[in-house]
Design a protein around this ligand. Sequence first.
Ligand SMILES: Cc1cc2nc3c(=O)[nH]c(=O)nc-3n(C[C@H](O)[C@H](O)[C@H](O)COP(=O)(O)OP(=O)(O)OC[C@H]3O[C@@H](n4cnc5c(N)ncnc54)[C@H](O)[C@@H]3O)c2cc1C
Length: 463
Amino acid sequence: MLRVAVVGSGPSGVYTAQALLNQSLVPDVRVHVLDRLPTPYGLVRYGVAPDHEKIKSLQNSLRAVLEDERVTFVGHVQIGGTGGVSPARLAELYHAVVYCVGAAADRPLAVPGEDLPGSYSATRFVSWYSAHPDIAPDGFALQARSAVVIGVGNVAVDVARILARGADELRATDVPRAALGALAGSRVREVHIAGRRGPSQARFTTKELRELGALPGARIVVDPAELAMDPAYAAQEGLPLPAVVRRNLEVLRGWSAEGEPAVPVHGHPAVSDAVRRIRLRFFLRPVELLERGGRVAGVRFARTAPDGAGGVQDTGGYEDVEAQLVLRAVGYRGVELPGLPFDPVRGTVPHAAGRVLRDGVPSPGEYVAGWIKRGPTGVIGSNRSCAKETVASLIEDAPLLARRPAADDPLAVLRAWGLRPVEWDGWLSIERAEAALGRSLGRGPVKIPDWPGLLAAARGEEG
Ligand SMILES: Cc1cc2nc3c(=O)[nH]c(=O)nc-3n(C[C@H](O)[C@H](O)[C@H](O)COP(=O)(O)OP(=O)(O)OC[C@H]3O[C@@H](n4cnc5c(N)ncnc54)[C@H](O)[C@@H]3O)c2cc1C
């Protein structure tokens, strides 16, 4: 029997387990999928936006893998770090360990004022509305009237959409109570999404972009002059552009033609005050977060323009945009797991076809897959082929791996080390508690947002 530990129960961890089950060269495989959280599914539970029900429902196919009799979910077990099981000790329990720990830290902007109160990483905001237990449930009060989201990828669009979407619509999702309350009381009326390059270089997909325009209580504002500055926009009649860029530009052109929505007239209960404006801005590079009264009050942007070589350069002009809330969505990065090699420049674990490299040499029994292997790119499905490559390497090494010592009952050893793993039954118990919480609130399942609540629910105790 080949005993494999997969660290991380996000898409890459579950696809790794699935690839191990699906291969036929080593028939007798047992997989333990470990996670520091008592809940499975990684960013599918704690990243994918709550109003993206279809993508969220991918949990069902991940669930089928975790329910296979050859797979054991072992939640609430941290590998590495303070109080965690070191990679060296974990290696004693299994023939092989595959690290699928994701890349959930945010990239810094590296501008003055970045750490002012009111300025947060989008990662933090996403974790908050997704009920990640590491973030305080009452972490955001949303007293701001104007918010700036820095970045033009799908995560930037996600957070802008959640800010602009009414709480009424989110009530149908599993958004936790405190976040729903804060979103219901939100005073945000303007959401600026700003990128330093042009619209043809933005990384959002057309589907996500169009969704902004479909929000019932929001109007999109796009400045035609900023579109016209984009070389691809200007050339689109003559040049074949990638389909996604062409479609994005068409959507943006449609919005820019609609112009600015009417401003409410004082004394008249104008409809437009209820409407949130989402301003999509381009060619703006953040240079400083402005402060007033010890909090963020705005963002100073340097204006940029195409440099003729596919990039942008500063024009010497500046623009200040008022904001009492700033969300930085300029990318994710991997975090070093103590005891595992790490490439600080790429934010990934060095590897060759999924085999972890220590000093450039494959380390026996150690593998890596998913975002921590290839960086935070691609959609959920990209992790499937990534996991397959890693499992192919592992299976190729299996004859050697099988000769390494492994524990007969790794779970018993983990317990003997003082850990209290949450197994699949515990997760099912959390699911039941979330369904019961939702019922008591007249909603569908509602997520439990804190560690004590999750652990009590896992153990079948009253929350
Ligand atoms: C905000 C956001 C929205 C997204 N929306 C979409 C979308 O709509 N559609 C789409 O296709 N893709 C989306 N993605 C991308 C998708 O979520 C990723 O491709 C995918 O989750 C990466 O999988 P992973 O398994 O490598 O990492 P993760 O999903 O991050 O899973 C890593 C797991 O490892 C665990 N872990 C971490 N460290 C340790 C440790 N030391 N010990 C034990 N366990 C540990 C974590 O708790 C987590 O469960 C989104 C990403 C983000 C950030």
